[in-house]
Design a protein around this ligand. Sequence first.
Ligand SMILES: O=C(O)C(=O)C[C@H](O)C(=O)CO
Ligand SMILES: [Zn+2]
Length: 279
Amino acid sequence: MEQRYATAPDQVPGMDTEELRRRYLVPGLFVDDEIRTVYTHHDRVVLGGVSPVSAPLTLPGYPEIRSEQFFDHREAGVVNVGGPGTITVDGTAHRLAHGACLYVGRGAADVVLSSDDAAGDEGPARFYLFSAPAHTAYPTTLVEPGQGTVRELGDQLTSNRRTLNQYIHSSGVQSCQVVMGVTTLHPGSMWNTMPAHTHDRRTECYLYFDLPDEARVVHLLGEPTETRHMVVANREAIISPSWSVHSGVGTSAYSFVWAMAGENQAFDDMDGFDVATMR
Ligand SMILES: O=C(O)C(=O)C[C@H](O)C(=O)CO
Ligand SMILES: [Zn+2]
C-alpha cells in the first residue's frame, strides 16, 4: 500500500509539475491481475484499483491499516469502471455492470472480485475502491448505474451540462463517512464542477473514466486564489484535500467517480466562490 502524507495549502505554490503529480495524482491503479492501493493521510482515505483478469482476486488486509481483514474497521464504495464483474461479499454475489456501485460495510470478511467475461467485448472488470474508517456496520448494498438520486446540472451553453448520480449519501445508501457517486458529462459539454467549490470539512477524490485514450482532462487544484493544474488521463484518480478546488475541463466528454469522507456527509455543504475571484 503506497503512503501519501497530508499536505498544507501553502506548500502548493512551491511545487513543480512533478511534485504536484506525485502528491495528488494517482495513476496506474488498474493493472491486470493486481490490486493496487494508495493510502492518503487526508481523512485516512484508501483508494484502490482491482483488476481481476485471469482469476478472481481477494481483497487482503494490509499492515498499513493494522487489520487482519480490510473491512475490520473500514467501509468502502466500489464502482466498476470496466466490463461486467462480480463482487462476492461473505458468500453473497453482487453483479456490477459498468458504472454500478457497491457499498461494502464494516465487518465484511471475505471479499472476492472477479470479471464476468474478461475476454469479452466489454473487457475485464476494473473495480475502483474508495474506503474510509467506519465506526459501525451498515448493510452491503448495490446501486445500479444511473440510479440513486439524480441531479441535472449546468447548461450546454456554458459547456457544463452533466448528470450527477448520488449513490452513497445521506438520503441514499447509508454509510459512516463515505459519500459517493458518478457524474457524466453530456456530449459537447467538457466542464465539470464549474462554478467550482471547496469543502473544508471533507477530502474528495475523483477518478476520471470513459475518457478516450488520446483525450485528457485538465484538472484544477489548489486554493481558489492560487490554482495549479494537472493533465489527467483515463482511469487516473486525484486526491483533493479539503482546501483544494476540484474541477476540470476535458478535451472530450467523460465521466468521473467522486467520493468524499471527513467531518460530515452533507453533499451541499460546499464553500462556493465566484469564478472571477479565481487565480
Ligand atoms: O459535476 C459536479 O459538479 C460534481 O460531480 C461535483 C462533485 O460531486 C463534488 O465536488 C461534490 O462535492
Ligand atoms: Zn466537491
